[in-house]
Design a protein around this ligand. Sequence first.
Ligand code: NAD
Ligand code: ZN
Length: 427
Amino acid sequence: MMKQNGILVHSTGARWPLPPFFHHKYHPQHLHYSTKRSLRVVKAAMSNTAGQVIKCKAAVSWEAGKPLVIEEVEVAPPQANEVRIKILFTSLCHTDVYFWEAKGQKPAFPRIFGHEAAGVVESVGEGVTDLKPGDTVLPVFTGECKECRHCKSEESNMCDLLRINTDRTVMLSDGKSRFIAKGKPIYHFLGTSTFSEYTVAHVGSVAKINPAAPLDKVCVLSCGISTGLGAAINVAKPKKGSSVAVFGLGAVGLAAAEGARISGASRIIGVDLNASRFEQAKKFGVTEFVNPKDHDKPVQEVIAEMTDGGVDRSIECTGSIAAMISAFECVHDGWGVAVLVGVPNRDDSFKTHPMNLLNERTLKGTFFGNFKPRTDLPRLVEKYVNKELDLQLEKFITHEVSFSDINKAFDYMLKGEGLRCIIRMGA
Ligand code: NAD
Ligand code: ZN
């Protein structure tokens, strides 16, 4: 082990993060108050529900773009290799909003959205040995079966069995939904469907974490923050003193900026169409700002002028195809690397002159920042809990609402207000 830029890395230069796995003793007095209270309630309620249908509340999206409706749903027990999770906190990521709006994505309704969350295992199905009732977990939208060639590769997190699949609406094992509302089956989303007090997920899409972690904070690590951070640290890998452009200054982009800062980048140029993002972004190490609306030439030309030919790295976190192309074309020839993170519309295509590649620019993309969800995410949580990583999750949490007010979280996201909105379940 050695320390580089303040973070522990393996001396083999292997993928980050590979800290020594630190086995904590469970000290209830260290638990965050809200987590402690919620865990107590959960444990009391959990013992007698295994194997039974649970009736609880879920926010059902009946129609594209229409407010979610809190309904009583029946959640079936977990089948083989599945776990049922009591969700305690969830938050809203822009990916949920795209599929709820269903403008550029395939519609599938009624559906229970949600994929950024934290909770506790209520019961487990047959064959589940890695998790047990009471375990503290983060469900993840892309899984890790640990057996396929991707899971066995050091380089990939694209699990053959459980990689992100936005079209899948049912459970893998039997092609059925585990949710019923008003007598109708309700579709799943990303294998997580966390906008429900209880949900069922494949065991390979669930990361077991240290129970001492504050769940109302680390829930944002189950998608957006790990994605942005990993896109910078694992994929773009900026060198010390380098320049990095970040397109899109929402939670994912600002986590990428944090990753660039932690890696030692000295210039971090934030690009966003929403000028109100810039003030907030100063807290995340962004040193310069560009609003494409303020210029009458393409933003890649503006950035090339600012940086004597282009940035060393760029990370796109917008979902806009125009921004993706600009993010690629603004990197320096000879060595520049661009990383795409935003989720495109289903009909988008990427167009650039091949000469931009021949001139030795590299284009990459990533889901979940190349982290393996079950292997790397618990370690990342550990680093956060042990303060080994200068990552202030509270900076990303700008709003909090009760479950009954979940539609407010959608309003904030649509208006571009704030970063992450925590939705407190059971309230
Ligand atoms: P967000 O809405 O909070 O932030 C996106 C930001 O991009 C906004 O500030 C918006 O003003 C800005 N933007 C939009 N179009 C732009 C353009 N053309 N140029 C410059 N800025 C522009 O969203 P978020 O939750 O931070 O997610 C960001 C993106 O990352 C989304 O596309 C989301 O679907 C995607 N995502 C991908 C992964 C992954 O694993 N690859 C994981 C999570 C989220
Ligand atoms: Zn997400």
